[in-house]
Design a protein around this ligand. Structure first.
Ligand code: IMP
Length: 458
């Protein structure tokens, strides 16, 4: 019997609107758990005209009766989490059902500093990270120098662990700062040299062991009622036949192993990672829902074969309000890339697709979808190429489909959609090899069209 777990993953480069899909599916679920990433994510949910933005807390928190978990695979900045908890409380939302894995790793102040310093050092080659400390935190986890949520509960252990982790960071940050000064000097920015030097040589107050230990121990006191063995809580739900949603952050093409490395995040946002990041088995997963926009967007650097820098791209940016929830950055926009989408479908073992923001395409004609790539040398790629250099220079080959002008905002069933919009969805499903179950036609929770009807059971 298939498990009762449903994983929801991003099928493109993130910001596909996973939060809204999780919010909808959560209605018929018993628990929601995040399994990777950190506050690099940003989910916006519009509920009764009120907007909620989450970076860490699973979107299911708006349901008072659902267990909401932050799994062991997440990297957690306690300051951000407490800010979100306080914000929700102020708006009268009960957070009593929030559980945080004792094994989740903490983003420390030095991770944030290192993330920024690393990006500055890379200069033109920078990844365009969210600078939230994600990469350095996962690096410490792999180095076994990480600080975990459970460490917050014992000040002595906390101090020892911070001390061990801090020393190499101080050295690395000092070296990075010296390199920066050198570069500035070479670039002729001598006037800033003096001030810069004194900053580099003074101990950074943000890296003081005692202050950091005290600050984090205080966070521990506040978070203690929420700290739990979340893997066990997931088993209890699943073993009782209850429905658990595994909420992915970021997306397939940002996956550390399978995405457009090195322009990726430092975790695995694909469905398989839900097992590791939440502590369940592959057999616990019954369904994998992928979420893709009706077009494509990307923030940060890295290859994006269907990117548009013309009026059509501008249309998508403006009509789709394509500005990052976390960093406010303008997103790069382009046509739907079916080669990449089919890759994501297979990689995640998707059982269903959700296509969001279909309404944004209204007014564009024709609608183009990439169906293969051509390399600079003329080689044809029907599949997503594994080689980075090919992807960087790949030119998409498009299939054109008729566009539509109608405003889709009021559509609530397949029959309400213009024939061209239906044909567009059908072509995507056919090419990707997976059924589309849901299409988004506006930002609101009810602005959706269930394809084949609302399954209710999900
Ligand atoms: P990091 O996750 O902050 O290390 O950033 C690595 C890459 O992932 C950058 O290109 C970011 O723009 C991208 N990224 C991280 N989180 C998100 C997200 O939630 N949506 C879209 N892109 C993201």
């Amino acid at each position: 019997m298939p498990g009762t777990g449903i994983v929801i993953v991003g099928a493109q480069w993130g910001d596909e609107g996973k939060g809204k899909v999780v919010d909808l599916l959560a209605e018929n679920a018993d628990a929601v758990v995040r399994f990777q990433g950190g506050n690099n994510a940003g989910h916006t949910i519009v509920r009764d005209g009120e907007e909620f933005k989450f970076h860490l807390i699973p979107s299911g928190i708006l349901y008072p009766d659902k267990l909401c978990m932050i799994g062991n695979g997440v990297v957690l900045d306690p300051r951000i989490l407490l800010g979100e908890i306080d914000g929700l409380k102020r708006r009268g939302i009960d957070v009593g059902n929030l559980r945080i894995s004792a094994n989740a790793h903490l983003i420390m102040p030095y991770h944030v500093l290192l993330d920024t310093a690393g990006e500055v050092k890379l200069g033109k080659l920078s990844i365009g990270t969210t600078r939230r400390g994600i990469g350095p935190c996962y690096a410490d986890k792999a180095l076994r120098l990480g600080i975990r949520v459970q460490d917050l509960l014992d000040e002595k252990i906390l101090r020892k662990k911070i001390m061990a982790a801090l020393e190499p960071k101080q050295q690395a940050l000092r070296e990075l700062s010296v390199q920066r000064r050198k570069l500035r000097k070479e670039a002729g920015e001598g006037s800033r040299e003096g001030a810069d030097q004194s900053v580099a040589e003074a101990p950074d107050p943000r890296l003081d062991l005692h202050a950091m230990t005290e600050e984090f121990a205080a966070y521990g006191h506040r978070l203690e009622p929420h700290i739990a063995d979340t893997a066990k809580l997931c088993w209890e739900e699943l073993d009782a036949g209850r429905r658990v949603l595994f909420e992915g952050a970021q997306a397939t093409l940002l996956d550390l192993d399978h995405g457009t490395y090195p322009f990726v995040t430092s975790s695995n946002p694909i469905a398989g990672a839900a097992t590791v990041g939440a502590g369940v088995g592959p057999g616990d997963i019954g369904e994998v829902w992928g979420v893709a926009k009706a077009y494509a967007t990307r923030v940060g650097a890295g290859p994006f074969p269907t990117e548009l820098s013309d009026a059509t791209g501008r249309h998508m940016l403006e009509r789709g309000h394509e500005y990052g929830t976390t960093t406010g950055r303008e997103r790069r926009c382009g046509w739907m890339d079916l080669v990449a989408l089919r890759y994501a479908v297979r990689l995640n073992g998707m059982t269903a697709l959700t296509i969001t923001k279909l309404d944004v395409l209204s007014g564009l004609d024709p609608l183009r979808v990439a169906v293969r790539y051509r390399s600079r040398e003329g080689a044809v790629f029907d599949e997503f190429p594994y080689h980075q250099s090919i992807l960087h220079s790949a030119e998409p080959e498009y299939e054109d489909l008729p566009g539509f002008d109608a405003d889709l905002g009021a559509c609530r069933s397949e029959d309400d959609l213009p024939a061209e919009a239906r044909a567009y969805l059908e072509r995507i499903a056919e090419f990707a090899g997976v059924p589309i179950r849901l299409a988004g036609v506006g930002p609101g929770r009810d602005e959706v069209v269930w394809i084949g009807g609302n399954p209710g059971v999900l």
